[in-house]
Design a protein around this ligand. Sequence first.
Ligand code: SF4
Length: 196
Amino acid sequence: MSIIFGLILIANPLIAALALLVILAILAIVGGFWQSSLPSGCLHDRTPLFMSLNPPPAFHVLAKPTGAICNLACRYCFYLKCEHLYPESRFRMSDEVLESYIRQYLGAQQAPEATIAWQGGEPTLMGLEFFRRSVELAERYKMPGMRVAYTIQTNGPRLTSEWCEFFRENNVLVGISIDGPRSLHDVFRVDRQGRG
Ligand code: SF4
């Protein structure tokens, strides 16, 4: 086929371009039929055809269980205003969504290790029980032999010794956002009352 295509290309570039368009259209139609034949709710039913044929062996997702909701109001924050994009939202990941997320996320991995990562807004606003539950669900749904790592990115003020104990018990990698020493940090990283 490539020889024929090469000969056509030499003979007439316009015909070659049209032939290429026809081939791409056929591939798109076949791919569309193939994807629409998948059962609804299937993990891959919205996956581009090329990814379905070559799924990544592992991938990483940062989940934001409170969306853009945060206890701080940093002056440079680009994210807080996203709250207004979802006027009906409670900005709290439900237990049902949490379970579906962890089951599907771990089930789709093809590597022996996966990382469950939380970010915000401020994820600790979900409360410690949410994260205890996420560990419980990960233990339930991880593949045999799979190692699950946990990470959280937080701005810090809500952390207590109880949180720290939970992090230690579950070997959670904790990232704390700071801008430097207090004199620098408090310039932009302020709470809702403007206090550093
Ligand atoms: S802590 Fe992060 S999400 Fe919260 S206001 Fe500051 S920059 Fe925005």
